[in-house]
Design a protein around this ligand. Structure first.
Ligand code: NAD
Length: 360
């Protein structure tokens, strides 16, 4: 297969970790007979330095001609970097918001998987961590409270703020379909998280998702109220496979799920639109504190590349090869600085990339 990928290395540790993900993709290409064509583009601080803005229209236009975007991370030290003296719409993060919007990325996927080798980093009780967990948080990204009308005004002499939570059935259906499609590639269970005992929007989510569920008889479908879901995530995370939810609930629950895995350097993510197109990036930021030292953990970005193989290119076997290679290096005891226990030997970012590429 010929795969055309826009590569945005970005700022901070971005170039270091993306280079390792490309190394692993090339190893997959060699073994399974695929060609990965990369076109490198700028976004974030590096784009501000070169073009005066965090994401140019030309860059967006090129990205749209590709099958997928592989992104590192963008941004710098928010206290000291001159990028943060610019108005908000000219700062690095504005590039990220613009590309998500321009590419219509409405479904955000964040896997939370506990590697048995790293379970000591899990902040949950040993009896819970022992059972492990492997879930996919699927968050709606372009609707709901964060995009509804909002205003603050004085009503009868009292300052009053209003935020509007709006979803239409089409917005719900398109992400529900994605959620069930993805469940079919996993353990075939979908949990819709909502607040249907209170919110009309949640009741519409339930109605539409139930309709979609009928087309997937193999998938076990359940609903859970968001307050209960927040508790269940720490009590019994092993019960979840795909957790489907709206924007704000997903924002909060995906961070909670990330936290219980124990390491930000291991967490991949994908943002998808209605086609097979996706943007794949690590969940962490540009880590300016460790940038340029070749010590960042590239695994989150490498696993994001595996998600790209699975969701954009339908190369499931190849994606599994990457995930298994990651498991293997961990089993063999290789650790970067963020996942090493005190006194444990550490490998550099590029060594970790090579070790994984060799095991693909
Ligand atoms: P961060 O995720 O960059 O760093 C938090 C901590 O985690 C740091 O100690 C860092 O060293 C560590 N860390 C993160 N990724 C790591 C990795 N792969 N290996 C080892 N350690 C890792 O968050 P922050 O410090 O709050 O933000 C730094 C910059 O990143 C800011 O400019 C922020 O706006 C930006 N940011 C960008 C994105 C993105 O590009 N999607 C996301 C979050 C933050």
């Amino acid at each position: 297969m010929n795969c055309n990928i826009a590569v945005i290395k970005g700022d901070g540790i971005g170039p270091e970790v993306v280079t390792e993900a490309m190394k692993v993709l090339d190893a997959v290409g060699k073994k399974y007979g695929h060609t990965f064509n990369y076109e490198q583009l700028l976004m974030g601080g590096c784009s501000i330095d070169k073009y005066g803005e965090p994401l140019t229209d030309e860059t967006v236009a090129i990205a749209k001609t590709k099958d997928a975007v592989l992104l590192g991370s963008i941004g710098g030290n928010t206290q000291t970097s001159p990028w943060y003296k610019l108005p908000p719409n000219k700062r690095p993060e504005a590039g990220l918001l613009k590309i998500r919007k321009e590419l219509g990325l409405f479904a955000n996927l964040r896997p939370a998987y506990l590697y048995p080798e790293l379970k000591e980093a899990c902040p949950l009780k040993e009896s819970v961590a022992e059972r492990g967990f492997d879930m996919m948080i699927m968050r709606e990204l372009t609707g709901g409270l964060y995009f509804g009308d909002r205003y603050t005004k004085e009503v009868d002499g009292v300052m009053t703020a209003v935020d509007t939570l709006t979803y239409n059935e089409n917005e719900i259906r398109r992400i529900a379909v994605k959620g069930f499609d993805i469940a079919m590639k996993r353990r075939k269970k979908v949990t819709l998280v909502d607040k249907a005992n209170v919110l009309d929007s949640s009741r519409l989510w339930r109605k539409v998702t139930e309709e979609v569920a009928k087309d997937y008889p193999e998938v076990t479908y359940e609903t859970m109220l968001v307050d209960n879901a927040a508790m269940q995530l720490v009590k019994d995370p092993a019960q979840f496979d795909v957790m489907l939810t709206e924007n704000m609930f997903g924002d909060i629950l995906s961070d909670e799920a990330s936290m219980i895995t124990g390491s930000i350097g291991m967490l991949s993510s994908a943002s998808l639109n209605e086609t097979k197109f996706g943007l794949y990036e690590p969940s962490g930021g540009s880590a300016p504190d460790i940038a340029g030292q070749n010590i960042a953990n590239p695994i989150a970005t490498i696993l994001s590349a595996a998600m790209m193989l699975k969701f954009t290119f339908d190369l499931d076997k190849e994606a599994d090869a990457i995930e298994n290679a990651v498991k293997k290096v961990l089993e063999e005891g290789y650790r970067t600085i963020d996942i090493a226990k005190p006194g444990e030997p550490q490998v550099k970012c590029d060594e970790m990339g090579t070790l994984i590429a060799e095991r693909v």
